[in-house]
Design a protein. Structure first.
Length: 426
C-alpha cells in the first residue's frame, strides 16, 4: 500500500466503527467491494417534515459534511439536481429529493462555516446553488487527487487507490428524474458519500506530505468564492459539427433550428438532443431544403417524424432563409483573447517562439512537481502572457501579469521563474 492508502486505512479503522472492515484491502491484495452503506440505505426525504429532521440532525453533527448531487443529464432540460446526498459524523447519511423539497436553503444555512467535501465540486455547485445550498469552505477530492499527482481521479478510482475499496459505478448515467428511484440507484447514491470524509482525510495528509496542502486550500477557496458563470453568448455556435457550416445563411439556419429546439425542449423538460440531434441541425443548414419533402429526406428527419414536427423545423429554416443580409450572423465570435496558437507563426513569429518556450518550461515544471500542467497554470493564461508580455520581462512584471489573469499565489510563485526565463531566452 502507498503512504496515502496506509494513512486512509488507519483513519478508517478509527472512525468507521460499523463500516468497512480492516484496512480496505483483502487478503489477496485486491480492493474490497463496498456493497452496502454502513447504516443501510437511508429513506428518501421528500417533504418538509422529513427535511426538518435532516436539518436538525446535520446541525447537531460534527466535522465536515460530504455532499453529492445527481442530475439527469441527457434526459431532462438543464442541469437541476434530482437527488442530494449528504453524510456527517453524528448525523449519518441522508438522501433528499429536491423535487419534493425544492428549497434547501435551511439546510445550507445550518452548514454555513462547515467544510463541505465534494468530488469535482464545479460540476455539482451550480445545481446546488439553484436549491439554496452553497458552501463557504470546501474540500474537492478530485482536485486534491490532481494536485497530489494521482493518474486517475474519478471517485471510484480514488476510493480504490487511496482507501482500497471498490465502488459500484454502474448507475452514474441513469435518469435520476425517475420516480420512485429504484433501490439499487439509492444504494449507489448513498455509497457515493460513504467514504468521502475518509478520502478527504487521507488526501489532506498526502498533500501535506508533498508540501502542497496550501496550494490545495487556495484552489478550494477560489472555487468557493467564484460567482455563477454568466450566460454563454451565442450558445448555438457550440452545435456539434458546426465547423462544417461556412456560409452566413447556413449559420442562420443553425441558429433558428437551435433556438426552436431549445424552446421546445425547455417546454417539455427534456434534453434538447431528444428533440432534434445536432447532426440533423447541421444537415439542414448545409442542404437549405426548399420544402418539407426535401427536409424529410435528410438524415435526422426520417419516417418517425410526423408532419407537424417537420413543418415546425421547415418554418425555422424558412425564417433563416428570409432574413436580410444585415441580420445574418457573422462567421465567428469576436475573440476575447489571443488568436488560435496555430496562426501565431504567421501573425507573430516572436510570440510563437515565446509560447513554444513557455509551454516547454511549464511542462517540465509540472512533471517535476508531479501534477497536471493545466492545474499548475491554465493554458489560456500562458497564451495571454506570451501574446502580450510585459514591456520589461522580470519576476515582478510577470507575477503581476499572472495575477491579473487570475492565477493563484501558489501558481505565481511556482511558475514565475520558469516563465521569466522562457520569455527572456525566446
Amino acid at each position: 500500500m502507498t503512504d496515502a492508502q496506509e494513512t486512509a486505512a488507519a483513519a478508517l479503522r478509527t472512525t468507521t466503527g460499523g463500516g468497512p472492515p480492516d484496512d480496505g484491502v483483502s487478503s489477496d491484495g485486491l480492493p474490497i467491494p463496498l456493497l452496502e452503506p454502513r447504516e443501510g440505505i437511508p429513506p428518501v426525504v421528500a417533504d418538509e417534515a422529513g427535511l426538518a429532521q435532516v436539518i436538525a440532525a446535520f446541525a447537531a453533527g460534527t466535522g465536515p459534511v460530504a455532499v453529492d448531487a445527481e442530475r439527469a443529464s441527457g434526459y431532462r432540460y438543464g442541469q437541476r439536481a434530482y437527488l442530494v446526498q449528504l453524510r456527517r459524523e453524528g448525523a449519518g447519511s441522508a438522501l433528499i429529493d429536491p423535487v419534493g423539497c425544492p428549497d434547501l436553503s435551511g439546510l445550507g444555512e445550518v452548514l454555513t462555516g462547515t467544510e463541505w467535501i465534494l468530488h469535482a465540486a464545479t460540476q455539482d455547485l451550480p445545481c446546488l446553488r439553484e436549491i439554496g445550498m452553497l458552501p463557504t469552505t470546501l474540500f474537492d477530492t478530485e482536485l486534491a487527487g490532481r494536485l497530489a499527482g494521482f493518474p486517475r481521479v474519478g471517485l471510484g478510482a480514488m476510493v480504490e487507490s487511496v482507501l482500497g475499496y471498490a465502488l459500484e459505478k454502474g448507475h452514474s448515467a441513469v435518469d435520476w428524474s425517475t420516480r420512485p428511484l429504484p433501490e439499487p440507484w439509492l444504494r449507489y447514491a448513498a455509497l457515493d458519500v460513504e467514504l468521502l470524509v475518509d478520502l478527504r482525510d487521507a488526501l489532506e495528509k498526502e498533500l501535506d506530505r508533498q508540501g502542497k496542502l496550501e496550494w490545495a486550500h487556495q484552489e478550494f477557496d477560489a472555487i468557493a468564492a467564484a460567482p455563477p458563470a454568466p450566460p454563454r453568448k451565442d450558445p448555438w455556435r457550440r452545435t456539434s459539427g458546426m465547423h462544417k457550416v461556412r456560409r452566413r445563411r447556413q449559420m442562420a439556419v443553425v441558429r433558428e433550428l437551435w433556438t426552436t429546439r431549445d424552446r421546445i425542449a425547455q417546454r417539455r423538460d427534456v434534453s434538447p438532443g431528444k428533440v432534434l440531434g445536432d447532426a440533423a441541425i447541421v444537415e439542414a443548414a448545409l442542404a437549405l431544403p426548399v420544402n418539407v419533402h426535401a427536409l424529410s429526406a435528410l438524415p435526422g428527419y426520417g419516417q418517425r417524424m410526423g408532419r407537424r414536427q417537420l413543418e415546425q423545423w421547415m418554418a425555422a429554416v424558412d425564417r433563416a432563409k428570409a432574413l436580410p443580409d444585415s441580420e445574418l450572423p457573422q462567421p465567428g465570435q469576436t475573440p476575447s483573447g489571443p488568436p488560435p496558437p496555430r496562426s501565431w507563426a504567421e501573425k507573430d513569429p516572436e510570440a510563437a517562439a515565446r509560447l513554444s518556450a513557455a509551454r516547454a518550461a511549464v511542462s517540465a515544471l509540472a512533471e517535476r512537481l508531479k501534477l497536471p500542467q493545466e492545474n499548475l497554470i491554465t493554458p489560456d493564461t500562458v497564451r495571454r502572457l506570451c501574446w502580450e508580455p510585459p514591456q520589461r520581462v522580470a519576476a515582478d512584471t510577470v507575477a503581476e501579469a499572472l495575477t491579473g489573469y487570475g492565477a493563484r499565489p501558489w501558481q505565481v510563485e511556482q511558475v514565475t521563474p520558469a516563465l521569466v526565463k522562457a520569455l527572456a531566452t525566446a
